[in-house]
Ligand binder design. Structure first.
Ligand code: C2E
Ligand code: MG
Ligand code: MG
Ligand code: MG
Length: 273
């Protein structure tokens, strides 16, 4: 019991903190079993390509519903998985689900791709990321160019691993897989990394789309981000688009694709036709 271990100071933890710690340790404890029992779900959110007016990409997002813990969002799940090391297994699970869906969907719609979020922990020197990916592609018979990998700007901040990560990404690129820089604008060193990383798309973070129409500065910023992305030859996506007004404004600014509740919420793979 944690209240007894630490004496008076820890004993004064509020009831709320106890609840948080409890939930955290439950998530940690039940994660492996959940993975073993295929209890994690993957849902897919459409991304609308402006020029063709078609959904060309679905983003895979992990979900976990546990009867005891309740609904566990990725923002809660992923950091714990990074700590306990299960991030590799989760990443492989999501990739494999995504690859299977990509094979299924591209039978009728050859242009469709699935994008998968990847954690910085899945890359780096000792990781088997490329081997893992190649194994999954082989097993599912999914061509590499049907998948995209989303990485976040935070990703690039593992300074000591920087070189290894860039090398790994370049090796990946040779397989035909594309990289998307996710949550664009929320990191720090994006300009420096953007000239080194082999990315073909950027996704403007939803915090900017949130205040797009209410803060003039945000609007200018987003306009600048779109121009910048395009001048780098990148395909620019806006995420978190919730209203028609946001959609129209972004279209006018020349964004290449939009994603968000206005276009569609994440759905189960078997609900996509
Ligand atoms: P992200 O990649 O930036 O994904 C977008 C998040 O915004 C998703 O939350 C999505 O459900 C949510 N969203 C979509 N449209 C809207 C909208 O119109 N408005 C608002 N307010 N939100 C919207 P979710 O699914 O909770 O995922 C959170 C983050 O967790 C993701 O952010 C991604 O970074 C990470 N994540 C999700 N699945 C995985 C995974 O399989 N592996 C790893 N490593 N990370 C994952
Ligand atoms: Mg993403
Ligand atoms: Mg994103
Ligand atoms: Mg985001």
């Amino acid at each position: 019991n944690i209240t007894e271990q630490g004496g008076g100071r820890i004993a004064s933890l509020s009831a709320e903190s106890h609840k948080v710690l409890n939930r955290r340790s439950l998530i940690d404890k039940k994660m492996l079993t959940a993975l073993d029992h295929n209890s994690l779900q993957v849902v897919y959110q459409p991304q609308l390509d402006i020029v063709t007016g078609k959904v060309l990409v679905y983003e895979a997002l992990v979900r976990w519903e546990d009867e005891e813990i309740g609904h566990i969002q990725p923002d809660e799940l992923i950091p714990i998985a990074e700590e306990n090391g299960l991030i590799h297994a989760i990443g492989a699970y999501v990739l494999e689900e995504a690859a299977r869906l990509a094979v299924k969907l591209t039978a009728n719609k050859p242009d469709i791709r699935i994008s998968v979020n990847s954690s910085v922990r899945e890359f780096g020197e000792a990781s088997q990321m490329k081997e893992k990916l190649m194994g999954i592609l082989e097993k599912t018979k999914c061509p590499a160019d049907k998948l995209e990998l989303e990485i976040t700007e935070k990703f690039a901040f593992q300074a000591e691993q920087e070189h290894a990560i860039i090398q790994q990404m370049k090796a990946f690129e040779e397989t035909g897989i594309r990289f998307i820089l996710d949550d664009f604008g929320t990191g720090y060193a994006s300009f420096r990394y953007m000239q080194q990383l082999p990315i073909s798309k950027v996704k403007i973070d939803k915090v900017f789309i949130n205040s797009l129409l209410t803060m003039p500065k945000t609007r200018q910023l987003v306009e600048g981000m779109i121009l910048f992305g395009k001048s780098m030859g990148l395909y620019v996506i806006a995420e978190g688009v919730e209203t028609e007004e946001q959609f129209e404004a972004l279209k006018e600014m020349g964004v290449d694709a939009v994603q968000g509740y206005y276009i569609g919420a994440p759905v189960k793979g078997n609900e996509i036709s």
